[in-house]
Design a protein around this ligand. Structure first.
Ligand SMILES: NC(=O)c1ccc[n+]([C@@H]2O[C@H](COP(=O)([O-])OP(=O)(O)OC[C@H]3O[C@@H](n4cnc5c(N)ncnc54)[C@H](O)[C@@H]3O)[C@@H](O)[C@H]2O)c1
Length: 313
């Protein structure tokens, strides 16, 4: 049987958590953590590896500062970049993180030309485009992680409000990662029963609002952005890919006409498998939902254009 290898670029808060979550799932042979800071990926990888006898996994976890050690990876999670500080919008990170994502993508693909890329660095939808354009990979092999996290937050808030298990909340959320994301209460159920039959409109609106600002809520609390839920979310995507499970998860995927949008990465429900994005699922949207998705897409596009302007200046 072929060995499965996952590289995580950036051994900061999110990257180390991705490596930890992937290792704990005991589903791949090797996880390589890479960072520019000397000793950091090696130290965190060793720490994770030393938890193996407690968590009972056989995955080998190593840290490195050079891309040779990442060669032959099947999946790569890109978390390298600067994290958001209080008062800093995701878009402030635009040009600095674009440079970082471009550079790490170039170095990584030189050693793993067949990998699937999952981008986590912000601003998410634009950084995913940067990885796509840099790698020249087919669209189905590049995606961004945001929807799994945003949906997890949304589901957690609903479960907390109703006092039910998160297991019984199914939900869908679309659009860009940021304040224009589009949670879809109409496609949210509690054990199969539409959310609207479980909660009054006002409460649903409050939960939707809290979900949209969920990242900022954590930044306000602790001065930097989240990592436990983001790391777990990226690991869930890795799992769907390496297990070829066909899970339907919201991911930033390349649209080529779906939802009437073109040449853009934005959050939509996709079926994940060995090839990456196996299918983009087009759900029926009401006029209002459509309008929200279009607004979100315009926001992502204007960020892309801002980046192109910055790069050509
Ligand atoms: N998509 C999401 O839902 C989501 C959620 C949380 C965080 N994020 C984003 O993820 C990124 C990482 O967040 P974090 O909290 O882990 O930040 P962090 O500062 O803890 O870690 C970032 C790491 O990237 C490393 N790095 C920087 N340049 C590099 C390069 N050229 N090559 C390799 N490594 C490099 C840094 O040394 C650092 O260790 C940020 O852009 C953040 O905004 C996205």
């Amino acid at each position: 049987m072929e060995a499965t290898k996952v590289t995580v670029i950036g051994a900061g808060n999110v990257g180390a958590t991705v490596a930890d979550c992937v290792a704990k799932k005991d589903m791949v042979d090797e996880v390589v953590l890479i960072d520019i800071v000397d000793g950091l990926p090696q130290g965190k990888a060793l720490d994770i590896q030393e938890s193996a006898p407690i968590h009972l996994f056989d995955t080998r976890v190593t840290g490195t500062n050079t891309y040779e050690a990442t060669a032959g990876s099947d999946v790569c999670v890109i978390t390298a970049g600067l994290a958001r500080k209080p008062g800093m919008s995701r878009d402030d990170l635009l040009s600095k993180n674009a440079e970082i994502v471009r550079s790490v993508t170039e170095q990584f693909i030189a050693h793993s030309p067949n990998a699937i890329l999952i981008v986590v660095s912000n601003p998410l939808d634009v950084m995913t485009y940067v990885a796509f354009a840099t790698s020249n990979f087919p669209g189905h092999r590049v995606m961004g992680m945001a929807g799994v996290l945003d949906t997890a937050r949304y589901r957690a808030f609903i479960a907390m409000e109703l006092g039910v298990s998160v297991r019984d909340i199914q939900a869908l959320l679309m659009g860009g990662h940021g304040d224009t994301m589009v949670p879809l209460p109409r496609y949210t159920t509690v054990a199969g029963v539409p959310l609207e039959q479980n909660l009054e409109r006002e409460k649903i609106d409050q939960i939707v609002e809290r979900t949209k600002t969920g990242g900022g809520e954590i930044v306000q609390l602790m001065g930097t952005s989240a990592w436990y839920a983001p790391g777990a979310a990226a690991a869930e995507m890795v799992e769907a890919i390496v297990k070829d499970s066909g899970r339907v998860l919201p991911c930033a995927a390349r649209l080529e006409g779906e939802y009437g949008l073109n040449d853009l990465f934005i959050g939509v429900p996709v079926r994940l498998g060995r090839r990456g994005v196996e299918e983009i699922i087009e759900v029926e949207l009401s006029d209002d939902e459509r309008r929200l998705l279009d607004t979100s897409a315009e926001h992502v596009r204007s960020n892309l254009e801002a980046l192109q302007r910055l790069q050509s200046a």
